[in-house]
Write a protein of this length. Structure first.
Lengths: 165, 782, 285
């Protein structure tokens, strides 16, 4: 079967088994290895990508269901030498990263969460992270970074005339 | 600027951007289409004899390029004793043990070909528990144990006892016979903990110019090199190991496991071969923190003096000795740590069973020995009516006190740390109000661990652009040492900025021997070797500059990328100018440095079968937990967590605090959530993220931490390792806090809700160990 | 799958088209969050699948004054948002918004949650039992309406020749609550679930999930509470009655043994009643 979709803004087509998980196509055929396949069962979130702007695990997404969709991976979030996404910058500034394997998924999940929940509280941020496991950091700095980043966006938004993230 | 103030800073991580953008290439991101994929045939029985193994049909399957079995890699490896084959030879000792391996053009083809391997196994009665293994008539997991090569002498061994370490100091019998003491005895049992690094064990092997080259996700490139040499019966120098960024290790990758297989297949095929554990394989064959059984007795006077202590610790090493052989050593320094004790004897036995082999996990047996010791301490306090905090303050190890092996501890560290914990608690306040009607408990516990020193080497090349290249066998596993403390140390020594220090990733062809990244040793051991290398660089640099400036080298200093005349900022010349001059006259400026353990002495005759008789660098922690227990469901909520940690010197306080948060949370997983059990056929039941419950963001709290500086350390600039030890006393603090909350003794971890509910209703049977004899000496090989 | 055979994948745009594919032997693919894990469980992916996501009728939630219709392909996330402000559906919303994790909830569908066979911990099942939902199936013999309870019991056979198309709910509950008990705060399957609803006559409906292999109503407790209506909305009293009328046989699993699932039920009932009392709907009564 042939599946066509948009990948990081470009047209892309896949020939093969329509039940192939999206993550395998990203990693093995497109060499977009920023998306990590850690549990392959929907629990860890390391494989999170945006499909039509929604953050979903790519390990459980058969490519057949992606026909006609727009997929953004971590590589597409801030590509080339573009500036980091504010959340990525926040993670860097706060020294949140350790082994780093969970972070592409964290960034993809939480960037979408911030977009949709500009006024999220700390408990809400934590609730949004139920499907993003980190084995290294103990989470709190990740939560700090999201909270900081939302704070800054709110302040900047107010300055620029009330525009939220 | 002093050397110290030039080194201490909250340096950010240079690898953060690429990791955040998904650009970092971990080993398992380096798989290319032209590589062969290897897949293992693993045992589906826990014990058996291989009657027939015929791979010829598999070799004829589509895409298959090679099949290897134990016969292709006959050498045995191990720690202390060489008991472990790469692929099972004749005998199968655990469910999941690799028996054969297939390399094919695609993973699918390799998997398909597995079915074509003809394997006949005669099942043997498995020995699943240490209780079974220690029965006099137990079947031997290793029938040929006597014939194994002993790599390290000194341990007693017999049958299913892979290794035994004993320590004995003073007259314990006399202490227990005193009329003025009371005897308190406690038994504890703990399960396994799985590391779950996000990157599983994975290796890519190729055969280049007649040598193996293995790229792998490891903490120990030199061990991989040596083990590969052993099993393939090659000179280890025929193996090169390089290490890309590692996606988490936590000790799992502190031993070689699947890496040599890729070298073997690369030699057979002439192709590059990748072998990556699936998550299920990774978890089913994880070299876990071992399950253990502990009995501890103490003789304590009414005044609270611990006159005598004895303990038996049984550690399940699984099917092969592995790290547990070494770790028997650490019982003396952990269960035998923390407190002043008049006379003490401890025995620690690594026991073979037909279960997946265990290994090293962040602070290893220290974690459960500390749990046992601290809960036992609370039971002493309960029995004799002491206040647990006062009892600890009175009895913790101080300057001049003796450890279990007769080591003399230097300086008062734990005592002042307990005071600092009280100050920390005063500043944060307590969280009892958050218990909201549930059962509330708070506990303060102490712990003793160490820095695993051992040999390291470093080379520093000073470049004409003013940068320095640091070449070591260190690996970045996420803890930040390679991107924070090491460049900080080198920069501080040479008057550079840390971003001018280039850190080479580990390559056994480029750097000297190193015993690996683990045991909190990188900053200390590689750091010390780097300081030594910098000293040589500095000496050459100042000599050249002295000639150029017509000044004596001792009147020169390195500062801000310049060689300056002491006391005259801005004088002298830039480092690049000096390097350029040296390159043209005496040659490029390089330095090399080395480090080795000091081997602190124990008291003669106190330590038997120990790999480390006394600790060169002890490390202490004080942990405090507040919990609320739901009496209806048994759920334990952690309300607050506080840590005072002995760091020697904090070179990058922010990075250390990050390690503390991460380490404590792994400890919360161990204490509360992470459970490993075996199925009836000896398979690890929790082999996925559905059943193995890692702590999630909602299960954790921000850890309040205070870094205790100034305790003596032989580490560079007074440092101690800070990344390993944060997990040490979490099981202890949580176990003690829960016991106080529910008013019942806690003798087992993890404290899952069903277990806590059973404890509350007194339906949890206390651990009983019929296989541990009442008399201490009967539990030793004499 | 035999080598060389191409898997067939149909993205149906109508129910008829989906049913036709089903007749040809295609398995229904909804969000895929369960099916894609079959290989991990030692199973194989079906050789032919028919996807429902392009059928508009199955992807919407219709909210009318006296009833609600939920398309089978509606995701947990969409369901939670759609019913957020609808009085009486707090329990169903709670189930949809707290099951699994956010990423899964954006993908996993209502139909998928109900049609996974041998999954005892499905959150939507007890919540829909309390709503006394009717399940609409499109079978090879035509459309069929069935009470949720019967559907859950008979789905093994029913689903061999059918597709779940819609779930119909009345609007006779004034308040409801969904109390789930995972072993962590969230993220693992609940080891026990109590869903409770109350109608305008203050009659309670209670359903239990994850304790037995299939979710069911707790009729013994409902009857006991009806017998002493005065204490029906008293959490402590309800918990006592729950203890007295606990007729569940807990199932053993890796994560928890049967006794535990059974034992926690009274306290979940207590929490459930307490949660009901906090809802707006009950305050009006
Ligand atoms: C990480 C994770 C955590 C989870 N945690 C929870 C939890 O806490 N609580 C909970 O309730 N569930 C939980 N689940 C299960 C989850 O709810 C189910 O996987 C999901 O609801 C299935 O929906 P789906 O649309 O993805 O179904 P699919 O995987 O597409 O299908 C599942 C099955 O249902 C059949 N099917 C689907 N739709 C129809 C239909 N309309 N008609 C007939 N047959 C159909 C399919 O043929 C297939 O057999 C979890 C799942 C994951 C992956
Ligand atoms: S790999 Fe997809 S959620 Fe873990
Ligand atoms: S940083 Fe290692 S898993 Fe999150």
């Amino acid at each position: 079967m042939v599946v066509t979709f948009q990948l990081n803004g470009e047209d892309c087509s896949f020939h093969g088994d329509p039940m192939t998980p999206l993550v395998d196509i990203l990693r093995r055929e497109r060499f977009l290895t920023g998306t990590k396949a850690v549990c392959r069962e929907g629990f860890c979130g390391a494989c999170t990508v945006h499909v039509d702007d929604e953050a979903v695990p790519s390990c459980l997404k058969p490519i057949g269901l992606v026909q006609g969709c727009a997929v953004t991976t971590i590589e597409g979030l801030s590509s080339g030498n573009q500036a980091l996404h504010p959340l990525q910058a926040s993670f860097e500034a706060i020294d949140a990263v350790q082994c780093g394997m969970c972070f592409p998924g964290m960034v993809m999940s939480l960037s979408a969460f911030m977009r949709d929940n500009p006024h999220a509280s700390r408990p809400e941020i934590k609730a949004a992270m139920v499907g993003n496991i980190c084995r290294c950091t103990g989470y709190e700095r990740i939560v700090d970074a999201v909270a900081d980043c939302l704070d800054q966006a709110r302040k900047a938004g107010r300055l620029a005339g009330g525009i939220d993230v | 600027m002093s050397e110290l103030s030039a080194t201490v800073m909250n340096l950010a991580r240079r690898d953060a951007q690429d990791k955040l953008r998904g650009r970092t290439k971990y080993t398992n991101d380096r798989i290319r289409p032209d590589m062969l994929h290897a897949v293992l045939l693993r045992s589906t029985v826990p014990a058996g004899r291989i009657r027939k193994l015929d791979v010829s049909a598999a070799l004829r399957c589509p895409g298959v390029r090679a099949v290897a079995t134990g016969a292709d890699a006959p050498g045995l490896y191990g720690i202390g004793i060489a008991d472990h084959p790469l692929l099972a030879i004749e005998t199968i000792r655990y469910h999941g043990e690799p028996i054969a391996v297939i390399a094919a053009e695609t993973e699918k083809q390799a998997r398909a070909a597995l079915a074509a391997i003809m394997l006949e196994v005669e099942p043997l009665a498995p020995v699943f528990t240490m209780a079974e293994a220690l029965q006099p008539a137990a079947r031997l997991v290793h029938e040929g144990w006597r014939g194994y090569e002993v790599i390290t002498e000194g341990g007693a061994r017999a049958g299913n006892i892979a290794w035994e370490a004993r320590s004995s100091r003073g007259d314990v019998d006399a202490a227990f016979a005193r009329p003025d003491i009371r005897i308190v005895e406690s038994s504890f049992t703990v399960g396994r903990q799985s590391h779950v690094p996000f990157e599983p064990r994975v290796a890519i092997g190729s055969w280049e110019d007649g040598r193996a080259h293995i790229q792998t996700s490891t903490q120990v490139p030199w061990t991989v090199r040596n083990v590969t040499g052993r099993v393939m019966q090659l000179a280890p120098g025929h193996v090169r190991v390089t290490v890309p960024p590692v996606g988490g290790g936590f000790g799992l990758k502190f031993d070689a496991s699947i890496e040599p297989i890729t070298a073997l297949l690369a030699r057979m095929t002439g192709r590059t071969v990748v072998l990556e554990n699936t998550r299920q394989e990774e978890m089913a064959t994880c070299l876990c923190r071992e399950n253990a059984e502990i009995r501890i007795r103490s003789a304590v006077t009414a005044e609270g003096y611990i006159a005598g202590r004895e303990a038996v610790v049984l550690m399940d090493c699984g099917a092969y000795g592995g790290e547990q052989v070494f770790l028997t050593t650490m019982t003396a320094h952990t269960l035998g740590g923390n407190y002043k004790v008049g006379a003490m004897r401890l025995v620690s036995r690594a026991v073979y069973t037909n279960t997946p082999p265990n290994g090293a996990f962040r602070a290893c047996n220290g974690v459960y020995n500390t749990f046992a010791l601290e809960r036992h301490t609370d039971e002493i306090c309960d029995a004799l009516g002491f206040d647990p905090m006062e009892f600890r303050k009175k009895n913790v190890l101080g300057d001049g006190d003796l450890g279990a092996t007769g080591q003399v501890f230097e300086a008062d560290v734990l005592g002042p740390m307990l005071d600092r914990m009280e100050a920390l608690r005063a500043s944060t306040g307590t969280s009892e109000a958050k218990a909201d009607g549930r059962l509330y408990g708070i506990a303060t516990t102490v712990g003793t661990w160490f820095v695993f020193v051992g040999p390291s080497a470093a080379t520093v090349n000073l470049n004409a652009d003013g940068s320095a290249t640091l070449v070591t066998s260190g690996v970045e596993i996420g803890s930040g040492t390679m991107v924070q403390s090491l460049p900080q140390i080198v920069a501080g020594q040479l008057g550079l900025a840390p971003d001018q220090v280039i850190v080479r990733e580990a390559d056994t062809d480029a750097a000297g021997l190193d015993v690996g990244v683990g045991g909190g040793r990188t900053t200390v051991s590689i750091g010390a070797a780097s300081v030594a290398a910098c000293a040589e660089v500095r000496e050459k640099l100042l000599r050249t500059a002295g000639e150029m400036l017509q000044t004596r080298p001792q009147d020169l200093v390195l500062r801000d990328g310049r060689v300056e005349i002491t006391g005259r900022p801005g004088s002298g010349m830039s480092i690049p100018a000096v390097v350029a001059h040296a390159q043209a006259t005496t040659g490029p400026i390089t330095g090399s440095g080395a480090f080795a353990a000091r081997n602190a002495p124990a008291m003669a005759g106190c330590a038997m079968g120990h790999f480390i008789d006394a600790l060169d660098i002890p490390v202490f922690v004080v942990h405090e937990a507040e919990v609320a227990v739901d009496p209806d469901t048994g759920h334990v909520e952690v309300l607050a967590y506080r840590v005072v940690q002995d760091v020697g010197r904090a070179l990058n306080p922010r990075a250390i605090l990050g390690q503390i948060q991460g380490g404590v949370v792994q400890g919360l997983g161990y204490a509360l959530h992470e459970e490993v059990t075996l199925t009836a056929d000896g398979h690890i039941a929790q082999d996925d993220f559905e059943t193995y419950r890692l702590p999630l963001a909602q299960d954790v709290v921000p850890v309040a931490a205070d870094l205790y500086e100034g305790a003596p350390s032989m580490g560079p600039l007074g440092t101690k390792g800070a990344g390993e030890v944060p997990i040490l006393a979490v099981g202890a603090a949580i176990g003690c806090a829960v016991a106080r909350a529910i008013g019942k003794p806690v003798r087992q971890l993890p404290l899952t809700p069903p277990r806590v509910l059973r404890l509350l209703h007194e339906r949890e049977p206390p651990p009983e160990f019929p296989h541990i004899a009442p008399g201490w000496a009967s539990n030793t090989l004499g | 799958m035999a080598p060389g055979v191409e898997r067939s994948f149909t993205a149906a745009s109508t129910i008829e088209e989906a049913l036709a594919a089903r007749r040809q032997g295609a398995a229904v693919l909804a969000g895929g969050t369960w099916m894609m894990r079959d290989p991990r469980r030692g199973g194989e992916l079906p050789e032919a699948v028919v996807a429902l996501h392009r059928i508009p009728a199955l992807s919407k939630v219709e909210i009318e004054p006296d009833h609600v219709v939920i398309g089978a392909a509606v995701t947990h996330a969409v369901l939670g948002r759609a019913l957020h402000a609808a009085v009486g559906f707090e329990g169903l919303v709670g189930a949809a918004e707290n099951a699994a994790n956010p990423g899964i909830r954006r993908v996993a569908t209502v139909g998928g949650n109900l049609c996974v066979l041998d999954f005892a911990a499905a959150d939507l099942a007890p919540a829909l039992l309390v709503c006394e939902a009717t399940v609409e199936l499109e079978t090879f013999e035509g459309a069929k309406l069935l009470g949720i309870s019967d559907f859950l019991k008979d789905r093994h056979t029913l689903l061999a020749e059918a597709i779940v198309t819609r779930i119909h709910l009345g609007r006779d509950l004034v308040a409801s609550a969904h109390i789930r008990l995972p072993l962590r705060k969230a993220g693992d399957y609940p080891v026990a679930i109590v869903s409770i609803g109350v109608d305008k006559d203050k009659r309670c409906r209670i359903a239990v999930g994850s304790v037995e292999p299939v979710a069911r109503r707790w009729t013994a407790l409902e009857q006991a509470m009806r017998a002493s209506p005065a204490s029906a909305l008293d959490p402590e009293r309800a918990a006592e009655l729950a203890l007295e009328h606990n007729d569940f046989q807990g199932r053993d699993g890796k994560e928890a043994e049967g006794w535990y699932r059974r034992q926690v039920l009274p306290s979940l009932v207590k929490r459930g009643i307490a949660a009901l009392l906090k809802t707006g709907g009950l305050a009006w009564l």
